[in-house]
Design a protein around this ligand. Structure first.
Ligand code: SF4
Ligand code: SF4
Length: 509
């Protein structure tokens, strides 16, 4: 790890951080790289500010306000009570007041008032309305890319105002005037051109899976398969492409394969849908999100599968659980002929889609899977609730299943488990600091500082309980923590997936 050119925040004695003293402009120097011509044009956006950028921005804002009523309600409803101010991990880690959720909202609210409210049009100085200037637009760009759309602030707002939706709207308008973010937009191009966020072509995927099969057999003596593009398979597994080659992600992929093997399931991966992630969510553009999601419907129809299961990825599960039904017809909602065709094809005795944790926990409850828990005895484990799973989705039939099911699996496969401070998990979980399109090296300072609240709570269980393993069900959290752990003095091998633990303990015939 190269020496950072910024100060690493210090841990505090208590698991929950004190509220920092404000440092004006502490993060104003950070600007994520702006997308270039090819990515912007591919996505249908301009790639530089034209002369009429302001008119275009206000026009798009009007469209967004009409299309997403929630954004307008959120912009109108805030009473500035301050309950959200200290709830954002980026504020807690950076002390920049513009990273307070209410301040992040104000960046858009003052422009909204100026152009879309009576008071703002005629008496702007009375109602805190402001013109949209290039300076304001630059602030939008900086601070809407210092929000991971984690929704923690909305849990504490008495009106449920969701800053994530305002961030999405801000990014949509920025894209529309030619200020898209390089990292997210280039990924959106790759997933549409190649099939996954990493740009891994079909033949390379096939080789990778064959190599993994050899590794598993060498390790266990059991010929566990990772089938690709198997027509007529019952289950299509859609998983983040990081699972195919990144560490520790690949350990979870091996875990899923072992679970399917042990259950005798007929399953397949797809080279067409070799990515569960959907960065369209981060940009707040429904059409882009739909195009990315449509690969999964196409693969499901082509392969004739009866069930769709999603691997360990937080925002992918949010899109799958909350939006796939109307985007693609997976689940109920899509009304076009292909959605209806898919509805007839899928087996509705099962949730469509289903999370891999739901699948594994169901098999555990039915006694299908056998484990030797002692194989995980070298690990003292805690679990991080990923924000998109925790606050934007669910698992199983019981409320809160997204919190209990992964923990139930961990307890079924390992003996040593300790939760972190209750104020930092479940619905109140802190974001890893790298979600929402921030997992890029040009935002490393934001990522490291934004991880502080989670790292501080993790450090508390390390000190108190000797925890040495942070279990996750999100590809972005895995990538983020492996990168930021060393900044806080922890080894990156302490990070891993829930199905990595399953993989270690499962007994295969
Ligand atoms: S959504 Fe998350 S990152 Fe964004 S302002 Fe709220 S708490 Fe901060
Ligand atoms: S908690 Fe809600 S109402 Fe209060 S300042 Fe924050 S966004 Fe506004």
């Amino acid at each position: 790890m190269a020496a950072p050119d910024f100060e690493i925040p210090q841990f505090q004695e208590h698991a929950v951080l004190d509220i920092p003293k404000i440092k004006e402009g502490a993060m104003s120097h950070i600007k994520s790289f702006v997308a270039g011509q090819s990515a912007q044009e591919y996505l249908g956006y301009p790639w530089e500010l034209g002369e009429n950028w302001k008119e275009r921005a206000i026009e798009r804002m009007g469209e967004v306000l009409k299309k997403y009523r929630s954004v307008r309600v959120f912009l109108d409803a805030c009473v500035h009570c301050g309950a959200c101010t200290d709830k954002c991990h980026y504020y807690l880690g950076t002390a920049d007041p513009k990273n307070m959720p209410v301040a992040r909202q104000e960046l858009m609210r003052k422009v909204y008032r100026r152009y879309f409210t009576f008071g703002g049009k005629y008496f702007p100085w009375l109602v805190g309305a402001e013109d949209l200037t290039e300076e304001v637009l630059n602030d939008w760009y900086n601070y809407y890319h210092e929000c991971s759309e984690c929704r923690r602030c909305s849990v504490f707002c008495p009106y449920g105002i969701d800053t994530a939706e305002i961030t999405m709207a801000g990014r949509e308008i920025l894209n529309y005037v030619g200020m898209g973010q390089k990292y997210s937009n280039e990924i959106l191009v790759k997933v549409q051109k190649v099939g996954n966020n990493l740009g891994l072509p079909g033949p390379a995927l096939e080789d990778t899976l064959a190599g993994l099969e050899e590794d598993i057999e060498a390790d266990t003596g059991v010929p566990v398969k990772l089938p690709l593009d198997q027509k007529g398979a019952e289950i299509l597994l859609v998983t983040p492409s990081a699972d195919f080659f990144s560490e520790p992600h690949v350990e979870s992929l091996i875990g899923y394969a072992k679970v399917f093997h042990a259950a005798g399931a007929s399953w397949t991966l797809s080279s067409l849908a070799s990515e569960a992630g959907n960065f369209g969510l981060f940009n707040g553009n429904y059409e882009t999100m739909r195009k990315v999601a449509m690969r999964i419907r196409d693969a499901a129809l082509e392969l004739g599968v009866k069930r769709i299961i999603v691997g360990e990825c937080g925002h992918a599960w949010r899109v799958a659980y909350s939006y796939w039904n109307t985007l693609t017809g997976i689940g109920y909602g899509g009304e076009d002929p292909y959605s209806q065709m898919l509805q007839k094809q899928l087996d509705h005795r099962y949730p469509q889609p289903m999370h891999i944790c739901e699948y594994t926990w169901d098999l555990i409850q039915k006694g299908v899977l056998k484990f030797d828990k002692s194989k995980n005895d070298h690990r003292i484990i805690t679990f991080h609730d990923s924000c998109n799973v925790a606050r934007a989705s669910r698992m199983g039939n019981e409320p809160g299943g997204q919190f209990t099911i992964p923990r139930n699996i961990i307890r079924a496969v390992a003996n040593n488990f300790y939760d972190m401070d209750p104020n930092t998990i479940g619905e109140s979980t802190y974001c890893c600091g790298g979600g929402g399109g921030l997992l890029t090296d040009d935002l490393m300072e934001v990522r490291v500082k934004g991880a502080l609240p989670r790292m501080n709570a993790f450090n508390a269980v390390v000190q108190q309980n000797g925890v040495n393993f942070l279990a996750l069900i999100c590809a972005i959290c895995k990538a983020q923590f492996t990168k930021v752990f060393p900044y806080y003095g922890f080894d990156m091998s302490m990070v891993g997936g829930v199905h990595q633990l399953v993989s270690t303990a499962i007994e295969l015939d």
